[in-house]
Ligand binder design. Sequence first.
Ligand code: GLN
Length: 273
Amino acid sequence: KITVGVLALQGAFYEHIQLLKKAADLLSSSEELQFIEVRTKPQLDSCDALVLPGGESTAISLIAARSNLLEPLREFVKVQRRPTWGTCAGLILLAESANRTKKGGQELVGGIDVRVNRNHFGRQTESFQTPLDLPFLASVDDSSSSPFNGVFIRAPVVEKILPAHEGIQVEESQREETVVAPSRAAVATAVAAASQGRVEVLAELPGRSARLVASTGVNIDADEEAGDIVAVKQGNVFGTSFHPELTDDPRIHMWWLRQVQDAVKQRRTQKAQ
Ligand code: GLN
């Protein structure tokens, strides 16, 4: 049995569990997948993989700190290297560095060597949905890769890929950014950096004006505006700026569960050797 947890401190954890179940039903898998809500360390310890949902990253981080879950989460992601996926607020928590907002910063879990810009698109009224081209879904997609409905709610984007572990070294930037504090897990990350590999960019959102051209057909010069990075993966850690759990499209959940199955298989063979 493979146990997949969803961190259930705040945010859209229920929706993730529903869509994970739907995705699991669609995957023909030889081994049973079980999904649990995670609020305590023993629950976390029983998981082979974990989802950090969208919600409010400061709230999630504060509750995690009060529940004594921050350090166990860092161990889970960076020392045990179990597959972990963060959506929106979850992506913020899995970044090694994040900007502070007017309301302040928060402690991060870390695991992906990127800096995110929280609330990149602005306030709640700037939330939007847009079709996304996600080439990485080809492996699970029978519908000949129809676009994915990207739901962006006060969404972050990845604004910088960090040279590995800059996040834990740059002290000067602590004043304006939240960086993952050097911890046992961080040191272990640095040691294991080579095996963790590089940050892969899995999806970009066309720049704002290019999006406008696509939706209105009006031709304005959209060339010079770079796209925003909205999906990244580094080793066992995956993050999306948007909320697949708020759609009923299970393709990303299916794709990720396959990754989880492969990682669990690999870990078991390593153990057996
Ligand atoms: N902007 C939010 C934060 O900083 C994330 C929003 C979301 O998860 N929908 O946590």
